[in-house]
Ligand binder design. Structure first.
Ligand code: TRP
Length: 338
């Protein structure tokens, strides 16, 4: 299959679960990748609300709030609903139909062998991960991308195993029914992981070490001031380590003033700068970066229909393609009652 639009652009599909507020980790990870792809590819980005249910089915009270807020953050950070199709998974129910049909041909042990399956069950002991839905997570993800003939899937390295399952499942399906679905390739994020404020290797909600896109300038200053940095440096005149220091990793990611960053690094290494100066300059750079995003976010969320309309329009556009794919799939499986 060629997976080309009439525009000639290959299709890219990616999604995010609406499980909380977006933070800087999402900005450099997912969004830092999604935004620039818009010009080169036919991009489909969606709120994976069903995937959020695979682990959080019991309390769904905040699901749609997170969905709207996340979508507002995406657009505030540069996704353009004119260029990309921005939608909600559950508003395109054909994803579920393809998932069901794929589930007929994909062996259960394939899903049990996906490393995240057992890892998450080990790590998230407070959640019930014994459901069919959780086992099927990577297969639902397969349907999400295969239904749009996605050629590329921009994801972090934690998702590579899911894409492997997706390719194997598509191949098995095609073996039975012909060359129907496209095998998706992961497109790895360059700057995939931002450390947490506490120095943990990952910024994540569950670790409470995040700066949210919605945090105020004052909150950003406060959080940056309390960031983990080189613990050896109990005084400003002690030489410090720049490499791997989260404060400087953030400077590299967000401070466009390379001369300022190099000067700070030089003085840090030689014990000629205080932490307060390094951190204040970082917080200022972050706030310059975040301010326009904050403004757009507030504006988008101030009229309740704006985001809802964008998501409904995007979902209707996505659905046209999903319906076509399902017609092809049903034909190939001899499930057509004409
Ligand atoms: N599993 C992805 C994550 O946690 C979210 C996701 C769901 C996804 N469906 C997808 C990503 C399809 C890419 C394509 O990040």
């Amino acid at each position: 299959m060629t997976a080309m639009l009439t525009s000639g652009k290959a299709r890219v599909v990616s999604g995010m679960r609406p499980t909380g507020q977006l933070h800087l980790g999402h900005l450099v990870g997912a969004l830092g990748n999604w935004v620039p792809l818009q010009d080169q590819y036919d991009c489909f980005y969606f709120v994976a609300d069903w995937h959020a249910l695979t682990s959080d089915y019991a309390n769904t009270a905040q699901l749609t709030t997170f969905a709207y807020e996340n979508a507002a953050d995406w657009i505030a950070a540069g996704l353009d609903p004119e260029k990309s199709t921005i939608f909600v998974q559950s508003l395109v129910p054909e994803h579920a139909e393809l998932y069901l049909l794929l589930s007929m041909v994909v062996p259960v042990p394939w899903l049990e062998r996906v490393p995240t399956y057992k890892e998450q069950q080990e790590n998230l002991k407070d959640k019930d991960l014994s459901s069919i839905g959780f086992l099927g997570y990577p297969l639902l993800q397969t349907a999400d991308v295969a239904i749009y003939d996605a050629r590329f899937v921009p994801v972090g390295d934690d998702q590579v195993a899911h894409l492997e399952l997706a390719r194997e499942s598509v191949r098995r399906f095609n073996n039975f029914y012909g060359d129907v679905l496209v095998e998706p390739q992961p497109m790895l994020t360059k700057f995939s992981r931002l450390p947490g404020l506490d120095g943990d290797k990952k910024m994540s909600k569950s670790l409470g070490n995040t700066i949210h896109l919605s945090d105020s300038a004052a909150d950003v200053m406060k959080k940056v001031r309390s960031m983990y940095t080189d613990p050896k440096r109990v005084r400003a005149d002690i030489p410090g380590t720049v490499e791997g220091n989260p404060v400087f990793l953030y400077h590299d990611a967000f401070n466009p003033n390379v001369d300022e960053v190099n000067d700070l690094k030089e003085r840090y290494r030689t014990g000629k700068v205080g932490d307060v100066e390094v951190k204040t300059k970082l917080a200022n750079a972050l706030n310059v970066h975040l301010e326009p995003i904050r403004e757009r976010r507030v504006e988008l969320l101030s009229s309740p229909n704006t985001i809802r309309d964008i998501l409904h329009d995007g979902s209707a556009r996505a659905r046209v393609i999903a319906v076509e794919t399902m017609a092809r799939v049903r034909d190939a499986m001899k499930l057509t009652y004409r």
